[in-house]
Write a protein that binds this ligand. Sequence first.
Ligand SMILES: C[S@@+](CC[C@H](N)C(=O)[O-])C[C@H]1O[C@@H](n2cnc3c(N)ncnc32)[C@H](O)[C@@H]1O
Length: 260
Amino acid sequence: MRDSWNPETYHRFKSERSQPFHDLCAMLEPHPGMRAADLGCGPGDMTVRLHQQLAARETIGLDSSPNMLAQALPRAGQGLSFLQGRIEEFPLEGRFDLIFSNAALQWLEHHEALFEQFAARLAPGGQLAVQVPYNEESEFHRAARDVATEFREPLKGYVRHLVALSPEGYAHLLYRLGFTEQQVLLRIYPHVMESLDAVVEWYRGSLLTAYEARLDAPAYERFVARYREILHERYSDSRPFFFPFPRILLWGKMPGEDKR
Ligand SMILES: C[S@@+](CC[C@H](N)C(=O)[O-])C[C@H]1O[C@@H](n2cnc3c(N)ncnc32)[C@H](O)[C@@H]1O
């Protein structure tokens, strides 16, 4: 599979995409000398902010995309480093005071097993903070699945499904894994986009990368054109275009000494 992550396309909606990161940071309980991991760190700009905001002793950004890491690596230094690897393999040594992940875990399956793995790698009093989109049922995702069905052959039957649990599901999971404090929020981000086509551009930077990785360039362009066509059939292209985007933000803290 190709590395279809493109930092430029991803950053086109930087301010909209960074608000949930700030909201997730606001849920943290920082304390001096923290060791943090940022899973699916992308181009690393948010990892820098996290590291500085926590005044952390050490922060490691982990990402599987060489394209994204090429942007992140020059940002390393002063306790901040980046590593290429897969979140599900958790190739990081030792225990963490914070395991953080903004807009990345929706690409991974089996969240129960994944969170269990994270919980096992937290130090006493350690915190887990995760933000994932919760829009599997949105018309934009449905349209992408419809196009994927039309492209069944070149995609070899692949259809991208979001794997987030429900907010209640995460609350149960955190409780079961021994987090004695938790907050799980469902928040709708009210984006006002220039047009319907701007939403297509938004998804080119995220959801559609899963199809881009599996199609050759001309087939992918046909995929995007068909996606745009279906959306124009189903929506009126009002300008500006209102684009409400649901996300789950969750935070949990393990029992242990209070280091604040
Ligand atoms: C939408 S970006 C989010 C980047 C960053 N966290 C931010 O908030 O801007 C998702 C990132 O997750 C990474 N990713 C997806 N699946 C991954 C996996 N299995 N292991 C490691 N990184 C992964 C992608 O390469 C991409 O950089």
